[in-house]
Structures are given as C-alpha cells and as structure tokens.
Design a binder for this molecule. Sequence first.
Ligand SMILES: NC(=O)c1ccc[n+]([C@@H]2O[C@H](COP(=O)([O-])OP(=O)(O)OC[C@H]3O[C@@H](n4cnc5c(N)ncnc54)[C@H](OP(=O)(O)O)[C@@H]3O)[C@@H](O)[C@H]2O)c1
Length: 323
Amino acid sequence: MRATVGSDLLKRRKFGSSSLEVPPIAVGCAPLGDMRETFLYSVGEDEAIATVKAALASPLDYIDTAAWYGDGESERRIGLALKELGGLPKGAVLQTKIGRSPDSDDFSGEVVRRRFERSFALLGVDRVDTVFLHGPERTDFDAAMAPGGPVEVLQGYKEQGLFDHLGVASDQSAVDQQYLETGLFDAVISSNSFTLLNTNSSDMFTYAAERGIAVLNAAPYGSGILSRGPKAYPRYFYRQAPSHLIERAEKIEAICGRHGVPLAAAALQFSLRDPRITVTIAGMSRPERIRAAIDLVSMELPDELWQEIEALGPPDSVDPSTY
Ligand SMILES: NC(=O)c1ccc[n+]([C@@H]2O[C@H](COP(=O)([O-])OP(=O)(O)OC[C@H]3O[C@@H](n4cnc5c(N)ncnc54)[C@H](OP(=O)(O)O)[C@@H]3O)[C@@H](O)[C@H]2O)c1
C-alpha cells in the first residue's frame, strides 16, 4: 500500500518509466460526450466546458478523452474550453484514444488515421501527451498488429512527435495483456476492473508496473454505483449490476457509514493507495466534482475501515464485461 495520509495521495507521480509527472487523478471526460445511453443522463455544452476549465485550473489538470465519447463530442467540447483558455495550460496533461468507427465497426489503419486527425482538429492541438489504441477487444490481434494496421499507424504518429506515449485501452484485461506483451506500449488503461467490487485487472497491473508501463485505472466508481450509491445507481460497467455486487456495495456503504466516511472516498482511495497504479481516471461532468474529488482523497480514512472491508472477503475477479 502507498502512504495512507490523504494529502500524500495527491502528489504528482511519474508516468511509468518516462520523465513526465502527472496528477494522480485524471478527469474522465466520457460523460462530457453526452452519452445518454451509457450514463442515463445528458450533459450540456456549457457544463462540459466549465468542468474542463475547472479541472485545468486545479491540481487535477489532467484530461482523459477519446474519439469514441459521443463520437467526437467530448473532444469538441474540450477543444472549445482550450480555445477559451488560449491552449492547454503549461504543465497540464492531455490524452485521447483512437479506435474503430462507431458507424461501421471498421478498425482498419485507414479509419484510425482519419479518427486520429479528427481528434487533433476537434481538440485544436498539435500534440498530446499520450494516445491509446482504444477498444482492441473489438478487432483481431493479428490484424491490429499487421503492417498498415492501427498499431503501426499510431506508432507512425508517435515517431512524428505528435505524442510521447503509446497506450492500450481495452475493456478486457486479458486483451490489454496481449498487447503489452509486444513491448510496444508505454501505458495501459483498464476500466471497472480494479474497484472495491471487482479486481479482475490485478495480475495485469502487476505485469505492467513491473515493466515500467504506466498503469491507469479507469472508473474507480464502477461507473457510478460507488459514487452515487447502490440504491441510486444499482449498475456496474454501464449496465444492471449482478445482485452479488449490489450486496457487496451495500455492505461497504454500511461500513463507510459507521465510520462517517463517504462511499466515494473509500472507492477513490482504494485505487489511489495501490502502488502499481499511476493514475486513477474518475468520470466527472460538473465543475464542483473537481473540488469534491480532492476532498475525497484528502480525507484520512481509519485503518479499521479497510480491515472491515477486507473482512468481507476478496472482491469479484471475473471479467466485468461478462456481467
Ligand atoms: N477503455 C477505456 O479506456 C475506458 C473505459 C471506461 C472509462 N474510461 C475513462 O474513465 C473515466 C471514468 O469512468 P466512468 O466515468 O465511466 O465511471 P466512474 O468514474 O466509475 O464513475 C463516474 C460517475 O461517478 C459520478 N461521480 C463522480 N464524482 C462524484 C461525486 N463526488 N459524487 C457523486 N457522484 C460522482 C459521476 O457523476 P457526474 O457525471 O454527475 O459528475 C459519474 O456518473 C471515463 O469518463 C473515461 O474517461 C476509459
């Protein structure tokens, strides 16, 4: 476990074996893509822009987006915020992800090239820190790695200096692992797979951390059950949660309640305390969430709370995409 004093958890961290230093939390901008079918609510443009500006004015000046989120809408809104600010503030970190076309499911090198160029145009930038191959579980490994395929296309942009780190971001840790074993990737994102309810990514995180690959843990709230609470949001991984997960979330909520701690604080710190994890990507779509996240991390949680959670037994370890 990393140092447990809340304020220590907020220190910037080295991004894998690179010289880049990043905040421990990236502001996840999937909700800013106004993806009603995924999150069950809409997010307006003004709120989205205000959220990005609040993040960039805070210690959590790290923006995570993807071409997929609202098919460019998240990137477009981030681009509007950056335009108002006159560009990405010095020291801030920006990353995006490129994958298949949502219309045709085409994951060819040519589609990835077009979507990469659209991402830069929407964001209004000429470089970003990291680009991830997004959703490779939706293509064949050999096709993705073939000459002219999506991985080679992204490597080409990296060689041109348009970004510094190439990452992989699959929804299945076994797929992430397969790409990491090529030795071509500097960073990995896994989502909904290392939370108080499910730790399916644990072995892959160990593999990556031991090799100096930056580990990014997305969706520490399991898409909302651990931030909004299991009554308000009985879902996990963007769909109805299985009953054993809801029961565990209720038990953890009760433990947190006895200690006077918000469930979201335990969920966020569970990820931040793990020494293998470089960055936790938490989804937020309101400016006040930035301050709230800092407050949740700054709280000192008693050891007894972690002991009581541990006494519940280990979290589920199956691939959450099978729920
Ligand atoms: N394969 C991949 O690369 C991949 C996959 C999934 C996600 N991601 C990235 O990771 C990010 C995080 O995942 P996620 O957004 O799906 O799930 P999440 O971070 O587990 O949960 C986000 C939800 O928690 C809510 N929330 C945040 N802070 C809160 C607080 N203090 N109190 C109450 N509710 C709070 C948000 O509400 P509001 O919207 O109202 O703020 C949102 O509904 C995404 O946005 C995306 O950037 C990457």
